[in-house]
Design a protein around this ligand. Structure first.
Ligand SMILES: *Cc1c(COP(=O)(O)O)cnc(C)c1O
Length: 368
């Protein structure tokens, strides 16, 4: 029996091979690699997909955060409230611009930022809230917006895992100052390498992001700011255009797969990912929580040909890179509990019902 991968990028390539090959060769033969037509077209198509006027392609999802924070004037002396249950890039970007990440705990059910804890974390230094739409499910953006308005704070959404997700009928980017995306290959919309984007409804923020990501350039030879070299190239843009036209369908498939998992595992001895009534997730990751020895369960599943992942096993406040922040073990109870018990099951659009049923059977028998 063939094994079931966590993500199957080969299946995706095979399904659209001719279009990808044509797109790649077309960019190569035009020799328009940076700042060309493919980028312009992708930016406008991605903006339309997100329901905003414009999007800026950047080098990766981490740079998208860094450039956005810079564009919003966040830097030394500022605090940004975020979560520890995320990929390191979230807090890394905050520290890169000279600001301080302040972690709040997550909700037991959704595993997302517990927005009831935000106000308790606000100080005179707080400049922004950075919710992370982990696993492809949006945080309670209505509540985040309300708190931001009350305390005059900026909001940046880390939507690296949430292209196309909704909260209470609203798209990513609607209730914030800006939202950032990653096109890392395994993300719901993935390039053939690194890539990222920033969206904002504020044209001034869009203009500043565009300027900063391209050497603070105003014209070819004039620079009004110290910026970065963080651009989305045309090879990536051309690949992303092929995939963007399928993203909505792929997200529908991911939702169907998540429903099949949730139905089949309803009576199993594991905790299913909770979904807020207002949320329409896009299931970048489908993570269940198990009791007992997580690594032993994963090993048993692996032996039976089912690959799993953990996103993420060590929360940021317990990583040595963030030791200086001074969070003691046990300081973020729910984050630590979730990080030690989650298992990401295979999730990608091309997953078949038979594969899902096999994952379910293998998980059930491995839990014991
Ligand atoms: C992937 C990811 C990033 C970083 O994106 P890169 O494109 O890998 O730089 C940031 N935040 C979260 C939550 C992510 O999952």
């Amino acid at each position: 029996m063939t094994s079931i991968p966590l993500v199957d990028l080969v299946a995706q390539y095979e399904s659209l091979k001719q279009e990808f090959d044509d797109a790649l060769i077309s960019v190569a033969s035009s020799a328009a690699f940076i700042g060309g037509e493919q980028l312009r077209l992708f930016e406008s198509e991605f903006a339309a997909y997100c329901g905003v006027e414009s999007a800026v392609g950047v080098g990766n999802g981490t740079d998208a955060l860094v450039v956005t924070l810079k564009a919003l004037g966040i830097g030394a002396g500022d605090e940004v409230i975020t979560v520890s249950h995320t990929f390191t890039a979230t807090a890394e970007a905050i520290i890169t611009v000279g600001a301080l990440p302040v972690f709040v705990d997550i909700d037991d059910d959704t595993m997302l930022m517990d927005t009831s804890l935000i106000e308790g974390a606000i100080t005179t230094q707080t400049k922004a809230i950075m919710p992370v739409h982990m696993n492809g499910q949006m945080c309670d953006m209505t509540h985040v917006r309300e708190i931001a308005d009350k305390h005059d704070l900026l909001v940046v959404e880390d939507a690296a895992q949430a292209h196309g997700a909704k909260w209470d009928g609203q798209d990513v980017g609607r209730l914030s100052d800006a939202a950032t995306f990653s096109f890392y290959p395994a993300k719901n919309l993935g390039a053939f390498g690194d890539g990222g984007a920033v969206i904002s409804r504020d044209p001034n923020i869009v203009a500043r992001v565009r300027n900063l990501a391209n050497h603070g350039r105003t014209t070819k030879y004039e620079h009004d700011r110290i910026g970065f070299n963080s651009r989305l190239d045309n090879i990536q843009a051309s690949v992303l255009r092929v995939k963007l036209s399928r993203l909505a369908d792929w997200n529908v498939l991911r939702r169907a797969h998540a429903d099949r998992y949730s139905d089949a595992l309803a009576s199993a001895n594991c905790q299913l990912p909770g979904i807020a009534d207002e949320a329409v997730p896009v299931w970048h990751i489908y993570a269940v929580r198990v009791d007992g020895d997580r690594e032993a369960i994963r090993a048993k599943m692996g032996e039976q040909g089912v690959s799993t992942g953990v996103h993420y096993p060590v929360p940021l406040h317990q990583q040595s890179a963030y030791a200086d922040l001074g969070y003691a073990p046990g300081s973020l109870t729910m984050t630590e509990k979730v990080a030690s018990s989650i298992i990401s099951l295979p999730m990608f659009p091309e997953l078949t019902d038979d594969q899902i049923d096999r994952v379910v059977a293998v998980l059930r028998s491995s839990i014991g």
